[in-house]
Design a protein. Structure first.
Length: 150
């Protein structure tokens, strides 16, 4: 789930991203304020990595994925976290009790089970087991089916 990445490599990658945005600034449709805020954020992050033991916090990585924009997994991979491995760890820790449900599916061809037919409305007025709420399941449906209004 975590692979050590030297701080110098993290800084080099961030400098590369910074230079890409600096060079592409004329072709982007960002306002001057957005561009300056992005560049200032990247410079601050690079400057904070001057020390060998320095690491960006998870909150800073989320902000990086929002500002640059990188995919969440891409910004976490910069410092060595592999988000795709978190599913395996979560299953090892809690697999007998619960499952991770992603708000954004990265593996759109992954097969999942979806409720096919729900019980009558009165069952939802009280506490009930999932087996009482869902009468029939749709098995092995690609997760991309969940995207869109239908």
């Amino acid at each position: 789930m975590y692979e050590h990445v030297p701080v110098q490599r993290v800084r080099d990658n961030l400098w590369h991203i910074y230079n890409l945005y600096r060079d592409a600034s004329s072709s982007l449709e960002d306002s001057v304020e957005e561009k300056n805020a992005r560049m200032l954020f990247l410079r601050g992050l690079i400057n904070n990595l001057r020390y060998e033991k320095s690491r960006p916090s998870l909150r800073v990585l989320m902000e990086l994925s929002r500002r640059v924009p990188l995919a969440t997994g891409g910004s976490f991979k910069l410092i060595g976290y592999q988000l795709e491995k978190m599913r395996e760890v979560g299953f090892l820790l809690n697999g007998h009790r619960t499952r991770i449900i992603e708000s954004y599916p990265f593996y759109v061809d992954r097969a999942i089970d979806l409720p096919g037919t729900l019980s009558e409305e009165d069952i939802f007025d009280r506490n009930a087991f999932v087996s009482e709420l869902v009468v029939r399941w749709q098995r092995q449906v690609p997760i991309r089916v969940l995207q869109g209004p239908d």
